[in-house]
Design a protein around this ligand. Structure first.
Ligand SMILES: *[C@@H]1O[C@H](CO)[C@@H](O)[C@H](O)[C@H]1NC(C)=O
Ligand SMILES: *[C@@H]1O[C@H](CO)[C@@H](O)[C@H](O)[C@H]1NC(C)=O
Ligand SMILES: *[C@@H]1O[C@H](CO)[C@@H](O)[C@H](O)[C@H]1NC(C)=O
Ligand SMILES: *[C@@H]1O[C@H](CO)[C@@H](O)[C@H](O)[C@H]1NC(C)=O
Ligand SMILES: *[C@@H]1O[C@H](CO)[C@@H](O)[C@H](O)[C@H]1NC(C)=O
Ligand SMILES: *[C@@H]1O[C@H](CO)[C@@H](O)[C@H](O)[C@H]1NC(C)=O
Ligand SMILES: *[C@@H]1O[C@H](CO)[C@@H](O)[C@H](O)[C@H]1NC(C)=O
Ligand SMILES: *[C@@H]1O[C@H](CO)[C@@H](O)[C@H](O)[C@H]1NC(C)=O
Length: 631
């Protein structure tokens, strides 16, 4: 007797022990006198469950596991922006998705993810879905490579955590982020980024931990442990994807390999080893998943093709030399051309552009990768196996790695979450307070001429000229804002680190190009500095080249994703800046261009070095403790 697999799966779920016995490659058949299949029975070992499940899977079902695609919150049958969720889950057997929507209501998102899980349970084998996400906790103006924090607690970006030099804080951040992710059903973090910011122009430095391999290694070990919780991967973990192997910092001319003109990565300082150090630290901390970058290396003995296509990188270096046996997930869109934010984006098949889609897929598998990010082409894998280009056993190796993590994460035993609890966990008062505290503390005091900061609490007659933030933040505090510097007693300016706006809609979200303000802007700012004592906050999503600001402004602060409340709390001494620079601030663009892309700390005569950061109330007497306590 044959049953509709939907009914069987749901019955099994509802009763907890309904008889299920599924023969390989055949629809499920109920035998009520027998127990659960091994893979659904939590008393069996993970290895046995993986083996059992793999033996039941069709080639198509296996191929589906090898894809990790964007998922939009909304109706499952909505195909207005591509293949619907339903098509991907039911027809393509895809079970890994990165949630690509803003989260504005945690309970609604949790409900949505539960609905997706329910639909997945209704498939023949009922393989649960793993939901991943890009970072969502940074208070950031550069939304291209991360989301606005939305309902999640808001923290400074990773550079801000790096500025605080505090592994325990990083651990705490990761624990909070883990709880918030878990509450909505997100089980995989497409982070941390452990690339070293050795090339100051690179547009993706925000999201790294700065220029030091030692600091990065120390902090990300705690980060990974915090996301895992409990010391190892388990049912309350969020797994992390450490990226981008073998270190994406050394971008030729500081361009980015999302784009064809930025495809080259280069090592003029012959410093490949140092970029591997954070990955070694990540592996030692229990990292189970790694993502190679889009770039292709030039001027090395490595083949000049994108890292995910590169067997020397994935198999020889990562799996061989570094002994990694976890999952290798490629970056998004290596096979298929497509559109991102309505901009045409060719597949990032750098160095192998001439290969067909089928050949690209084969080369990535052959290089040793397990899963294709941002793609939904299981038919290519099926074709490769059927043609005999790739052995099914090779596919099995990758599928087993991927399934193993689903079992370890407990998804087979309970894929659902308590959606009603989500809104009380996500963005709760304690988490929000911790995040705001870190936003304030990470402020880095670069200069403070005449100890102008902190400003005394203003009287109603004190007048402020402001730029770069909403005057409402001032008026809420009953501070007076004026429209011209002539009338003002102080100017408060919040600026993004300089960048050049590029043409494309995707490029618009990357802060690339020159790190210096242009001549017009320098002249405009100079007028402000010469007419009124000015405090400048530079949002250091990249190492700004601002010697003139340092010279002319009365005080300069650096921040890494902090809201305007935090800024004003620092300016008026409600809290103290504690951050230390996570990278050097170069002196000039000539100095930037002269330095080697792969070497840290080689910029000539920087304005400030890594580690610079003044304090308020610099002790005037020998005994600093007493002075600070007295204040
Ligand atoms: C699960 O497996 C254990 C160990 O083999 C067995 O004793 C038990 O009956 C199984 N449970 C179900 C519900 O099949
Ligand atoms: C939808 O699926 C088909 C078949 O796999 C694929 O060719 C196409 O690129 C997919 N569409 C999108 C928007 O990804
Ligand atoms: C979030 O969504 C739930 C379920 O739809 C709803 O009851 C609740 O009012 C929403 N909360 C907010 C803050 O919008
Ligand atoms: C990348 O490097 C190659 C080899 O040095 C060079 O020919 C090419 O112009 C560089 N830039 C791009 C965008 O390919
Ligand atoms: C601002 O002034 C109003 C009216 O005098 C007062 O009620 C309020 O508490 C003040 N706010 C702050 C932050 O001082
Ligand atoms: C500043 O300018 C705005 C609009 O130009 C105006 O509405 C406002 O009254 C001015 N404020 C002061 C204090 O002059
Ligand atoms: C951007 O557009 C302008 C004007 O259309 C053009 O001159 C320039 O070359 C473009 N820049 C790039 C990097 O494509
Ligand atoms: C100079 O920089 C300012 C501020 O970043 C920008 O608005 C302006 O368009 C730039 N001017 C030129 C000529 O690039």
């Amino acid at each position: 007797m044959r049953f509709d697999s939907t009914v069987i799966a749901l019955t099994a779920l509802a009763s907890g022990c309904a008889g299920l016995n599924i023969k390989s490659n055949e629809p499920a058949v109920i035998r009520r006198d027998e127990g659960l299949p091994i893979y659904k029975n939590a008393s069996h070992s993970v290895d046995d469950r993986v083996k059992d499940l793999l033996s039941r899977m069709t080639l198509e079902e296996k191929a589906g596991q090898l894809f990790h695609k964007q998922l939009q919150e909304g109706p499952l049958d909505d195909d207005s922006s591509g293949n619907s969720t339903e098509t991907m889950v039911l027809k393509k057997h895809i079970t890994h998705f990165n949630l690509d929507s803003d989260i504005t209501n945690a309970t609604e998102t949790a409900d949505f993810i539960n609905i997706v899980q329910k639909r997945a349970l209704e498939t023949r084998l009922g393989i649960p879905i793993t939901i991943s996400t890009d970072p969502r906790h940074s208070f950031t103006e550069n939304v291209g490579t991360g989301f606005q924090a939305g309902v999640f607690s808001q923290w400074p970006g990773s550079l801000g955590l790096a500025a605080l030099r505090d592994p325990q804080l990083v651990r705490q951040f990761a624990e909070v982020a883990r709880e918030e992710y878990l509450a909505v059903g997100i089980r995989a973090a497409l982070h941390p980024r452990v690339d070293l910011s050795t090339e100051p122009r690179w547009a993706r430095i925000s999201g790294t931990w700065g220029e030091s391999s030692i600091l990065t290694s120390e902090l990300i070990a705690e980060y990974i442990k915090g996301f895992q919780g409990e010391g190892k991967l388990g049912p309350t973990s969020v797994k992390t994807v450490t990226k981008h192997f073998p270190g994406a910092g050394p971008m030729e001319n500081g361009e980015d390999s999302h784009f064809f003109y930025g495809k080259n990565q280069t090592y003029p300082g012959n410093n490949r080893e140092e970029h591997l150090l954070p990955f070694k630290a990540a592996l030692a901390a229990g990292a189970t998943e790694i993502m190679p970058y889009y770039s292709r290396p030039i001027g090395t003995n490595w083949e000049a093709i994108g890292f995910s296509f590169n067997k020397e990188i994935v198999t020889d270096l990562l799996r061989g030399e570094l002994g990694f046996d976890g999952i290798v997930l490629t970056d998004w869109g290596l096979i298929t051309d497509g559109y991102i934010r309505s901009q045409f984006m060719p597949a990032r098949a750098w160095g192998v552009e001439y290969l067909s889609e089928l050949q690209r897929a084969a080369k990535i598998i052959d290089a040793g990768c397990d899963q294709f990010g941002g793609e939904e082409r299981p038919e290519l894998i099926v074709q490769l196996v059927e043609e005999g280009t790739i052995a099914e056993e090779r596919i099995d190796v990758s599928v087993a790695r991927l399934l193993k993590e689903k079992f370890i994460l407990g998804l087979f035993d309970n894929p659902f979450i308590d959606a009603s609890a989500a809104n009380s966990i996500v963005g709760n008062e304690d988490f929000v307070r911790l995040g705001r505290d870190a936003q304030r503390r990470s402020y880095t005091l670069l200069t403070n001429k005449g100890s102008i900061l902190p400003l005394p609490k203003p009287s109603p007659s004190t007048k402020f000229y402001i730029e770069g933030f909403d005057p409402a933040f001032m008026t809420e505090r009953n501070y007076t804002v004026v429209n011209s510097t002539e009338e003002a007693d102080f100017a408060l300016l919040r600026y993004n680190a300089p960048y050049e706006l590029r043409n494309g809609t995707v490029e618009a979200e990357f802060h690339a190009g020159s790190l210096a303000f242009n001549a017009t802007e320098k002249a405009r700012q100079a007028k402000i500095y010469s007419s009124v004592p000015t405090v400048v906050d530079i949002i250091l999503d990249r190492p700004a080249v601002i010697p003139e600001v340092v010279e002319q402004a009365q005080a300069v602060l650096g921040s890494y994703g902090s809201n305007s409340e935090a800024f004003l709390d620092i300016v008026f001494g409600v809290s103290k800046p504690e951050g230390k620079l996570p990278f050097d601030l170069p002196r000039s663009m000539d100095a930037v261009e002269a330095q080697a892309e792969d070497l840290p700390f080689d910029t000539e005569n920087p304005v400030f070095r890594f580690g610079h950061g003044l304090e308020y109330y610099q002790p005037m007497v020998e005994n600093a403790q007493i002075t600070l306590a007295a204040l």
